[in-house]
Design a protein around this ligand. Sequence first.
Ligand SMILES: Nc1ncnc2c1ncn2[C@@H]1O[C@H](COP(=O)(O)OP(=O)(O)O)[C@@H](O)[C@H]1O
Ligand SMILES: [Mg+2]
Length: 264
Amino acid sequence: MRRLEIQGLTLGYGRRTVLREASLAPLEAGAITALVGPNGAGKSTLLRGLAGLLPARGSVRLDGQEMVGLPLERRARHIAYMPQSLPQGVALTVLETLLGALKASPGGFGASGISARAAAERALALLERLGIAHLALVGLDRLSGGQRQMAGLAQALVRQPEVLLLDEPTSALDLRYQLAVMQLVQALTRERALVTVVVLHDLGLAARFADRLVMLSQGAVRAEGAPEETLTPALLAEVYGVSARVERCSLGHLQVLADDPLPA
Ligand SMILES: Nc1ncnc2c1ncn2[C@@H]1O[C@H](COP(=O)(O)OP(=O)(O)O)[C@@H](O)[C@H]1O
Ligand SMILES: [Mg+2]
């Protein structure tokens, strides 16, 4: 069974340590882990660290294979990462960025991998599935924030990774696309047995779509477990500084209702 094991992971920027000796229960294939926590808690830092974009101490093992210290392109064979903000000023079309991602990936088309035609077919099929096939030939610099986010998601998925890391993939999306994207991420996670980690601000979305939650606070893991174990009024008060209710709606989904900020 595919799994990602994170042990004693320390990450930072230069001399500044942000995440200190974080260890998590193994992340299993076919399951979505939502990474939650207030602004500045270290969510993006953890994701960047898992993607291999920051110097790290500690251990990140995929199926027993150590990822820390592996050259970025070797790691990128297994792990796809979608950043919180996508680079601006890229004039390439959506399709071109997908073909570029495939070309750059080891075993991608070109030297040894799939043909250019197969690559184009794969890219177009993915855009179709994401509901943005009509944007294939549109330049990234002409997309709305939400459309760019969808294009970024396509870029992460097209390489068919084993581990999918998404940093706030729904932050710019309207209600319909938020649900569509999370349903799709869930379906692909199950179908392809991905280890998926998603940073989400919306705790309702997290509760509904995540199998597990990891709650970060000030660079440390404060809680992890099933949504009903981690989304408690006591933890929300401690970590987010709000008085909140956690209730089930008429469909049985957990709802987090933040009532008031607590005095600092
Ligand atoms: N490039 C950077 N250089 C220095 N410090 C950074 C950088 N990016 C983030 N930080 C710091 O790391 C901490 C965690 O940030 P981040 O991981 O982006 O939080 P989150 O995604 O949970 O909002 C913050 O204190 C932030 O100021
Ligand atoms: Mg962030």
